[in-house]
Design a protein around this ligand. Structure first.
Ligand SMILES: C[S@@+](CC[C@H](N)C(=O)[O-])C[C@H]1O[C@@H](n2cnc3c(N)ncnc32)[C@H](O)[C@@H]1O
Length: 306
């Protein structure tokens, strides 16, 4: 996600970060979570794809038709995707995600949710997916492009071995400073090598050391979308053959499939075009085996094959 400009995220959350209770919906575990824009509400005009503003969502299909007829869940006329409405997402969170959420990740989530840009935090089901993936891979050395308060960094730090290392890059140390006490409390701060500044430069610096070629098992990219293609080229040299690069937000709130003239903000339109171009590029990239997951805001996993 793009960096929120002009923020001063240092120390305990100032009152300006704290959303007025009247405007904050707390649907599940009493905490605010990532909201989403839906094309079903065009009358609302250009709503930010990712914002704290909650937009009504229309369920796309139900087993019970309006006339009361009970229909098969799967038919040739239905699309085979599961997350059809918020109730299903709520069910998933309450039955599987929240009960299994690591206590430190939960604390960091709760702290981050008070931040004006708290929606930038990866949701817990995404953290759990990446954590499991890292463990399955036996990953030791990883890269994070886009740290924010450190949610995905903490998930990775908890998943890799004690001598593992995460090169964590963000233009803002202020965000990371907000989450770092939780990472320390979790006992995994020694695995995090935080580097402040634009990621392109830091990745180039890593590449300047030949010893880093193919030295990383995994990378998670969750920063400026316009540079995803550039990060891909850099990371393909840093991540080993057989390693995985994961890209976040590759469905950008569903906007990639919306009509070109859908009412989007200028920023969302710009990001959507960047994501569309990136997705097309990955689809044609024979250097990776790629899969698009409709998890969270869309995650693309690329396994380096050459
Ligand atoms: C969506 S947030 C990252 C969220 C984090 N991965 C998580 O799971 O909670 C995006 C972050 O990318 C950072 N960012 C934006 N542009 C960047 C750039 N060019 N280089 C490095 N970091 C950047 C922003 O400061 C922001 O903290």
């Amino acid at each position: 996600m793009y960096m929120a400009a002009g923020t001063t995220a240092v120390g305990p959350a100032p009152i300006s970060w704290v959303r007025a209770a009247a405007t904050t919906r707390r649907p599940f575990d009493g905490r605010r979570r990532r909201s989403s824009w839906r094309p079903e509400s065009p009358a609302r005009g250009a709503v930010g794809i990712h914002s704290a503003r909650k937009v009504a969502q229309g369920a796309r299909s139900t087993a019970m038709a309006a006339d009361g007829e009970v229909k098969n869940i799967h038919t040739n006329d239905s699309t085979k995707t599961l997350l059809k409405n918020e109730a299903l997402y709520e069910y998933m969170l309450n039955t599987m995600v929240y009960p299994r959420e690591n206590e430190h990740l939960r604390e960091l989530r709760h702290i981050t949710e008070q931040h004006a840009y708290g929606f930038m935090l990866s949701p817990p089901e995404e953290e759990q997916l990446l954590s499991l993936l890292l463990k399955v891979m036996g990953a030791r050395n990883t890269i994070e492009v886009g740290v924010f308060t450190g949610g995905s960094v903490l998930a990775a730090a908890l998943a890799i071995p004690d001598d593992g290392r995460i090169v964590a890059i963000d233009v803002s140390r202020e965000y990371y400073d907000l989450g770092r006490p939780v990472i320390e409390k979790a006992g995994v701060a020694h695995k995090v090598d935080f580097r402040e500044g634009p990621a392109l430069g830091h990745l180039d610096a890593l590449l300047a050391d030949e010893g880093n070629a193919g030295a990383f098992d995994f990378a998670f990219v969750d920063a400026d979308k316009g540079n995803y293609g550039n990060y891909h080229e850099q990371l393909l040299r840093l991540v080993r053959v057989g390693g995985v690069i994961a890209y976040d937000n590759t469905l950008w709130g569903g906007s990639v499939a919306m009509p070109d003239d859908a009412p989007l903000t200028e920023k969302d339109r710009e990001v959507r075009e960047a994501i569309r171009a990136f997705n097309a590029r990955i689809a044609a990239d024979t250097r990776v085996e790629a899969v698009q997951l409709p998890v969270a805001d869309g995650i693309t996993l690329c396994r380096r094959v050459v």
